[in-house]
Design a protein around this ligand. Structure first.
Ligand SMILES: Cc1ncc(COP(=O)(O)O)c(C=O)c1O
Length: 374
């Protein structure tokens, strides 16, 4: 029987100024997919990410991946190497372009793309006369991928990297912000992310022409003419000025949100790490995770499910780790390079409630249930 209020896995957490910036859009009648909030949100992101990046605010992270692939010239029949242990939005846009994903399993240090398997896949595909066109690497749950190794492989074989930082705004690798490490980076401001615009995303690049081209494609690819003239296919992918107002307010509290999510993770770790059978993903030297979601590994599937269902019974949302893409029916026919790591994580892993708006009482309620169940 449910006795207390619902605890969500990761719910939106507004600061104090979001509504005022949305109100500005109404007051000035900039209720459009362009306008001052969009420019100021992009500027706030550029200042935060640093490394001289240019940011294009878009309607979703998925749209950003789609445009990134298009900017890199991915087209029908191409192969794109994609991390298998991720959310399906990392891979779906590859299919939008008629290209084929080739899935790469994870390593155990960060749970992200295995450099070893990545290189093997490049060599294999190239030997068959089909050199991959791009790499989609993901900082899953906020933990940066092994960027030195993955970047070196991209350079060695001259294959550009799309850095899927949808879950990793606020994470850093060797002091550099995630989304500035790849040839192109993408961010998501979906409702469950560390900051949200209810729905939204961004493309991040050090190359101003990338931003300009992305904005052009995202606004229906209108040629420079007084009438409507189109030479290429465009999209309706620009972020609205109303939602960018929420984004401006959220940027002001981003650092607090990172601290709160890391504190959740510390709480779980402190109280559960000593229990035999429960393990956490450690933060390797030089890696800084925003701990978007706090994850634990249990000894087996049965224990994982016992805990998940006990939490659910008390109206507490938790979720198994991502089901790898190479196990998904929709990608059944696609090539994959696997080592068992992501399948094992999927079987034993559980994401615990991780919102920055959780209070101590919530965390204690979750903890008590886990301890009782295990
Ligand atoms: C790893 C990853 N990539 C891409 C996306 C897509 O972002 P959006 O929901 O903004 O389209 C998400 C989240 O939803 C994600 O978790």
């Amino acid at each position: 029987m449910v006795t207390a209020t619902k605890i969500w896995l990761s719910s939106p957490h507004m600061g104090s100024n979001e509504q005022a910036y949305v109100q500005e859009a109404f007051d000035s009648n900039w209720v459009a997919p362009l306008g001052p909030n969009v420019n100021l949100f992009e500027k706030a992101l550029e200042d935060y990410v640093q490394e001289d990046v240019h940011v294009a605010a878009l309607s979703s992270g998925t749209a950003a991946i789609h445009l990134a692939l298009e900017l890199l010239g991915v087209t029908s029949g191409d192969l794109v190497l994609c991390q298998s242990f991720t959310f399906s939005a990392s891979a779906n846009p590859i299919l939008y372009l008629g290209a084929q994903p080739v899935f790469i399993d994870s390593e155990e240090k960060t749970w992200n793309m295995s450099p070893e398997l990545l290189e093997k896949a490049i060599l294999d595909c190239s030997a068959k006369g089909k050199k991959p066109k791009a790499i989609v690497a993901v900082h899953l749950y906020g933990m940066p991928y092994m960027a030195d190794e993955i970047t070196a492989i991209g350079k060695k074989y001259n294959i550009p990297i799309i850095e899927d930082s949808a879950e990793a705004l606020g994470s850093k690798y060797k002091g550099k912000n995630c989304s500035s490490l790849g040839d192109l980076g993408i961010l998501s401001f979906n409702g469950n992310k560390i900051i949200t615009t209810s729905g939204g995303g961004a493309l991040v690049s050090k190359n101003l022409e990338h931003k300009q081209r992305a904005v052009f494609l995202a606004t229906q690819a209108r040629d420079n003419a007084p009438h409507y003239q189109h030479s290429v296919v465009g999209y309706n992918y620009r972020m609205s000025n109303v939602l960018a107002g929420i984004g401006r307010g959220q940027m002001e509290v981003l650092e607090e949100r990172v601290k709160a999510r890391r504190a959740n993770h510390e709480f779980y770790k402190q109280h559960l790490e000593h229990i035999s059978g429960i393990t956490f993903l450690a933060e390797p030297e030089g890696f800084f995770s925003n701990r978007w979601l706090s994850c634990i590994l249990l000894p087996d599937y049965e224990t994982r499910e016992k805990i998940r269902l006990a939490l659910l019974e008390d109206d507490i949302e938790s979720r198994p780790l991502w089901k790898p893409m190479h196990m998904q029916p929709v990608f059944e026919a696609n090539l994959s390079y696997t080592n068992g790591v992501s399948e094992n994580l999927f079987e034993r892993g559980l994401c615990l409630p991780s919102g920055s708006n959780l209070v101590e009482e919530d965390l204690k309620r979750i903890l008590a249930l886990i301890l009782k169940t295990i």
